[in-house]
Structures are given as structure tokens and as C-alpha cells.
Design a protein around this ligand. Structure first.
Ligand SMILES: Nc1nc2c(ncn2[C@@H]2O[C@H](COP(=O)(O)OP(=O)(O)OP(=O)(O)O)[C@@H](O)[C@H]2O)c(=O)[nH]1
Ligand SMILES: Nc1nc2c(ncn2[C@@H]2O[C@H](COP(=O)(O)OP(=O)(O)OP(=O)(O)O)[C@@H](O)[C@H]2O)c(=O)[nH]1
Length: 442
């Protein structure tokens, strides 16, 4: 199920970071062993009551001159319009209504996207409420007064935001066709791969209707099965600022990955694997999506009998958090091994939805425990009572133990490896939750 995307837009200094941190900091769920991505404040997973959404900050304006601010704000707003389900437009009660606010409000209104107008820095409702009414002039609905710094009005604001969420993104959920996102740095060959796949199947390109996202959906039929490819290629917006481009490319990756079942992380063989690739791959890993690492432009490098092994070594090193992902060496130019992608995709989807019977899981666990004693601390030894699989996409397991504190990361890893030895689960991460249960309950 894909989560709604909420984007924050606003002038410099209105409190975007503060609000972002309030929302993300308290309610964020961070997956610990992923590099980079969760730290640079571009997006966060937020859950509030029973709702979950991805929050993105389109921000990062350098306040040089008024003209520059307005043009950058327009750019931000456009990114939000392209990628978000709901836009949170933040203004500042202390600066009051500013001309650029009105211009951005016009743009947002014309887009037809749901907008929640937030007036920040209302640290005292008594004192500032009269000034809040001025913001009705923007013509984008009722202003919601908040104070991000003192956490006032945040609940009311979120209530307004979640009201706009689609009941169920019904269309996408009922759609049984596998969705495959193709992500990667600029120029690694994302569009070339889609084009080659299309060309070989000689199927008419159809842009899937009803998507307003900033990615192109293409249907490809292979062996009678329909696949939807979500292509994030072709950065339309050309910004001069490198950080801004990078931010935008991350936002697009997040929103595309969110909608996908399987993610193809494309790496340029000529350039080799980089930290930026790790950042992008981390986005898929964090979300527990199926992953295939696709090393493209394999035709372009000189090879001997060691080349593949050396490449694999590097990729495994830089993407060490996803040892479960298969690596494929392809060429969009010559078409080499591209057809094998479908088998891999099918396999990954199968593994993402694989369910293992509780009895079998417990046999594996009992055997694992017999082979390697669980850790102990201060004379108390970890006891594992029971394991069961609670969900799929990604396969998620709950382990009941006597004391959570004793359940070491490395021991969970060990159990994961045992489960993988038995069932493979290639291409998908596995999630584990550890719960305590009193001994006498058994
Ligand atoms: N009084 C008051 N100040 C706030 C509030 N929220 C944020 N601020 C202050 O406003 C200033 C700007 O906040 P930021 O969160 O950095 O604003 P921003 O919109 O992210 O700014 P840029 O990064 O420049 O785009 C900081 O000094 C904050 O402490 C608030 O609710 N009340
Ligand atoms: N030698 C070789 N070149 C390739 C291959 N795949 C793509 N290229 C070249 O790499 C360049 C970038 O390819 P694109 O498909 O546009 O890359 P992209 O990832 O979609 O790029 P963005 O749109 O910038 O995100 C083009 O010049 C392609 O011809 C390949 O398998 N081998």
C-alpha cells in the first residue's frame, strides 16, 4: 500500500525546519542501519493516530534577493504540486502576509491540489489571532494557526492534513499488476533500460491514466504478464543549484519507490558504485521494498575473468545494508541480460509475499537455538519462546522472548540467516519485531 505524500512549502525563515522536526522527530520511525538518507531532512515517515504518511520538505532557499526567493519558491511549489497528495503551505504571522505568499498561493490554487494553509509562530492565540485572519486573503482556505516552536495547534493541523488523504488509494491497490520503480543517479541509463525493454517487446507505450505524479508509468507486457514501470528519469526541472537538484532527485525517488513493489536500483558500471547510489538504494531498503541491483553499461567497460567479481565486491561493500539483493549486469545499449530482469522481478515479488508456516519457523528457531546459545547478560539468559510471521511486503516476523533487552542485534541477524538458508527470500529485506512474554503465560 502506498502512503500519501505531504509536502511542506514556504518562504525562508517561516519555520519549515522547525515544523518538520516536530513532526519527524517525535513520530518518525527510523530504520537504523540505512546510511545517510534519514539524516538530511528531506523526507520523513510520520505516523499520527492511525495514519501514516511521507513528509517531504521541498525547502532550501537561499535568501539572496526578493526575486530569487520568489523564483525558488515557485520551483518548490511546483515540486510539491508534482509529487504530493497534500501541500502544507507555511506562512509566518510575525512577518505577516507577503507578496510572494500571494503569488505562491495563486499557483497552488490553480494546481487543484489540496492545500492546508498554516500560519506559524502563533505562540499565543490570544495575542496573534487577529493577525491570523489576514491570511484568509490568500484565498486558499482557512488558515490554521500553529506554533511549531511551542508545539501548539499541531494536532489540529494534522487533522486537516489527513482529511485530504484518499480513503484508500483504491485504484492502485486493486491493480494487481506489479509496479517496478527504476531509480538511480542521473545518466545511469534509466530511460534507456525502459526504452530497450519496450522496444524488444514491441508493445505500445501507454501512460497509465490517473497518475499526476512526476514519474512516467509505462506498461510493458512480457510473456503475457503486465508490468508497470515507474521511471524517474529525465529531470525536467533544470536548477543551477546542485543541492537543489539532488534534493529534488531524492524526493522523486522517495515518491516513486513508495508506489512500487520492486525497485531496480540502477548503477553505472563505468562510474562504479558511489555513496549517492547507497543513498538511493537506502530509500528502497528503508521501505522494505523488493530490490534488484542493476549494474548497467556493462558493454562499456573492459572485462577480464575477474571484472565481475571485483565489481560485485565493491557493490556489496557500498550497499552492505542489502546483502539480500541480487546484482544483475546488463546493457541497455546491447540489450544484454535485460530479458532476465523479468524472471528476477517475478522472483522478488514472490519472495516479498512469501508466507512461512508458524510450525516450520519454530522448528528453524529451535534448531538455531540448539546450535548457537542465545546471549546472556548478568547471569540472565535470553529465552526464545515462539516465532511467527505476521505480514508480507516485506515479510515481517515477531519473536516472543523472556527479555527484550537480551535480544542482541547480532542474534536477530543470526536467526534471519537461518530463515534465509531455508527459504532464501532473495531480493527482499526481512523485518523482525521482538516482544516480551512472561514465562508463566506459556
Ligand atoms: N516565535 C516563534 N519562532 C519560531 C517558531 N517556529 C520557528 N521559529 C523560529 O523561526 C526561525 C526560522 O525557523 P526555521 O525552522 O529555520 O525556518 P525555515 O522556514 O526552515 O527556514 P529556511 O531554512 O531558511 O527555509 C528560527 O529562528 C525559529 O526558531 C514559532 O512557532 N514561534
Ligand atoms: N555504453 C552504454 N551506454 C549507455 C547504456 N545505457 C545508457 N547509456 C547511455 O547513458 C546516457 C544516459 O542514459 P539515460 O537512459 O538517459 O539515463 P537516465 O538514467 O535515464 O538519465 P536521467 O534522465 O538524467 O535521469 C545516454 O547517453 C545513453 O546512451 C549502456 O548500457 N551502455
Amino acid at each position: 500500500m502506498s502512503k500519501p505524500v505531504v509536502a511542506i512549502v514556504g518562504r525562508p525563515n517561516v519555520g519549515k525546519s522547525t515544523l518538520f522536526n516536530v513532526l519527524a522527530g517525535e513520530m518518525i520511525s527510523i530504520v537504523k542501519d540505512t546510511p545517510g538518507v534519514t539524516r538530511d531532512r528531506i523526507y520523513a515517515e510520520v505516523s499520527w493516530l492511525d495514519k501514516e504518511f511521507t513528509l517531504i520538505d521541498t525547502g532550501g532557499i537561499e535568501p539572496e534577493s526578493k526575486d530569487v526567493i520568489l523564483s525558488q519558491m515557485r520551483e518548490q511549489a511546483q515540486i510539491a504540486i508534482d509529487t504530493a497528495d497534500v501541500i502544507v503551505f507555511i506562512t509566518d504571522v510575525r512577518q505577516g502576509l507577503v507578496d510572494s505568499d500571494s503569488k505562491v498561493a495563486d499557483m497552488l490554487r490553480r494546481s487543484g491540489k489540496p492545500v492546508v494553509l498554516v500560519v506559524n509562530k502563533v505562540d499565543s492565540f490570544d495575542k496573534f489571532m487577529p493577525d491570523v485572519y489576514e491570511f484568509y486573503n490568500l484565498g486558499i482556505g482557512d488558515p490554521v494557526p500553529v506554533s511549531a516552536a511551542s508545539r501548539l495547534g499541531i494536532g489540529d493541523m494534522l487533522e486537516r492534513v489527513v482529511e485530504f488523504f484518499p480513503e484508500h488509494s483504491a485504484e492502485e491497490e486493486e491493480d494487481e499488476r506489479p509496479r517496478i520503480a527504476i531509480v538511480g543517479k542521473p545518466n545511469v541509463g534509466k530511460s534507456s533500460i525502459v526504452n530497450k525493454l519496450l522496444g524488444e517487446q514491441r508493445v505500445i507505450v501507454s501512460e497509465v491514466a490517473g497518475t499526476t505524479r512526476d514519474a512516467i508509468d509505462t506498461e510493458i507486457v512480457h510473456d503475457g504478464r503486465e508490468y508497470i514501470f515507474i521511471d524517474t528519469a529525465g529531470l525536467r526541472r533544470k536548477s543551477k543549484i546542485k543541492e537543489e537538484l539532488e534534493r529534488y532527485s531524492i524526493i522523486r525517488t522517495v515518491t516513486a519507490v513508495e508506489r512500487a513493489d520492486v525497485v531496480l536500483v540502477v548503477i553505472d558500471a563505468e562510474e562504479g558504485v558511489t555513496e549517492q547510489d547507497a543513498k538511493i538504494a537506502g530509500i528502497a531498503h528503508e521501505r522494505g521494498k523488493g530490490v534488484i541491483i542493476v549494474v548497467n553499461k556493462w558493454d562499456a567497460i573492459e572485462k577480464n575473468d575477474k571484472t565481475m567479481r571485483e565489481h560485485e565486491h565493491r557493490v556489496r561493500q557500498v550497499l552492505s545494508f542489502m546483502p539480500y539483493a541480487e546484482i544483475m549486469y546488463v546493457s541497455a545499449e546491447t540489450g544484454q541480460r535485460l530479458n532476465k530482469l523479468y524472471d528476477q522481478i517475478d522472483m522478488v515479488i514472490e519472495n516479498q509475499t512469501l508466507r512461512v508456516a508458524t510450525g516450520v519457523l519454530n522448528e528453524i528457531m529451535t534448531e538455531a537455538v540448539a546450535m548457537q546459545q542465545p546471549p546472556s547478560d548478568k547471569g540472565k539468559r535470553l529465552k526464545l519462546y515462539y516465532i511467527t510471521q505476521v505480514s508480507v511486503k516485506p515479510p515481517t516476523f515477531v519473536i516472543f522472548v523472556n527479555d527484550k533487552e537480551l535480544m542482541h542485534f547480532s542474534y536477530t541477524r543470526y536467526l534471519e540467516n537461518k530463515i534465509r538458508e531455508a527459504f532464501g527470500f532473495k531480493g527482499t529485506s526481512l523485518k523482525f519485531f521482538v516482544r516480551e512474554r512472561k514465562e508463566k503465560e506459556r
